[in-house]
Design a protein around this ligand. Structure first.
Ligand code: HEM
Length: 222
């Protein structure tokens, strides 16, 4: 019998030579685990216990959040609670004609809006942008100018000529609105043909004072 077997025999046979025979191996239970294996096992156990605790705390937190706010994020909603942020769709380059297909008139297609070249899927806001919605004129096009001027009939264009810094800030504000939205997500960009610099700048449909009021509205929509 090997030295190893002699050392590892447990119980009444401890320290004695196994009378049975040399050839039958001792049960694995009777073999003391080396210290390094024991350390490995207790570390594994500690990790599993730790992970179970973390998992438990997360689940309890989600539950409390849902009970209090009916959301899993304590009512906090923005682009970080939008799963599309973590799994972005392949970005596509649209022509104006291609973009126009996504204006909500074909119910089998998603609804897209564009603002200053960036195209967003706003299908989740179909009540605003879909057929019959209060803001359906924004769908299927880049109407960046109208977002600032509120001229929803005459300014449905990406032409921002004549805009001052405050106007541009509002454009950026609306771009941020879509970019940071909890359900809308970017799907690509629209390429516009160049604007003829000789063409007239779209005329304002309202006086300047009224136009500035859209800033307040936009802030309210944030
Ligand atoms: C420059 C002027 C305006 C622009 C560009 C504008 C744009 C928009 C847009 C894009 C939305 C949809 C937001 C979303 O996708 O969640 C929206 C929603 C809304 N807007 Fe305006 N808006 C303007 C003026 C106004 C005015 C004057 C009022 C009220 C008198 C108003 C009241 C609302 C309301 C109540 C909603 C939310 C609708 C709802 O929750 O059902 N907006 N606006």
């Amino acid at each position: 019998m090997s030295d190893l077997k002699k050392r590892n025999v447990q119980g009444p046979m401890k320290g004695k030579v196994d009378p049975c025979c040399d050839t039958i191996p001792l049960k694995p239970n009777n073999i003391a685990k080396p210290k390094s294996t024991q350390r490995g096992l207790s570390l594994k156990k500690a990790i599993i216990t730790g992970l179970s605790w973390i998992f438990g705390v997360i689940v309890i937190n989600l539950l409390i959040s849902y009970l209090l706010t009916e959301t899993l994020t304590y009512g906090y909603k923005n682009r970080y609670t939008n799963w599309r942020t973590y799994f972005p769709v392949k970005q596509r380059i649209f022509t104006e004609e291609e973009l126009a297909l996504y204006d909500g008139s074909d119910l089998t297609l998603p609804i897209y809006i564009a603002i200053n070249g960036e195209v967003y899927d706003v299908s989740k806001g179909a009540t605003y942008y879909g057929k019959g919605g209060g803001y359906s004129f924004f769908a299927g096009k880049d109407a960046a100018r109208a977002y600032v001027t509120g001229c929803f009939k005459t300014h449905l264009t990406h032409d921002l000529r004549g805009f001052d810094d405050i106007d541009m800030e509002q454009v950026t504000g609306w771009m941020d609105f879509y970019r940071d939205h909890e359900t809308y997500y970017r799907v690509g960009t629209v390429v516009h043909p160049p604007i003829d610099p000789e063409s007239p700048i779209p005329e304002d449909c309202k006086d300047e004072g009224k136009r500035r009021s859209s800033e307040t509205i936009q802030n309210a929509n944030k």
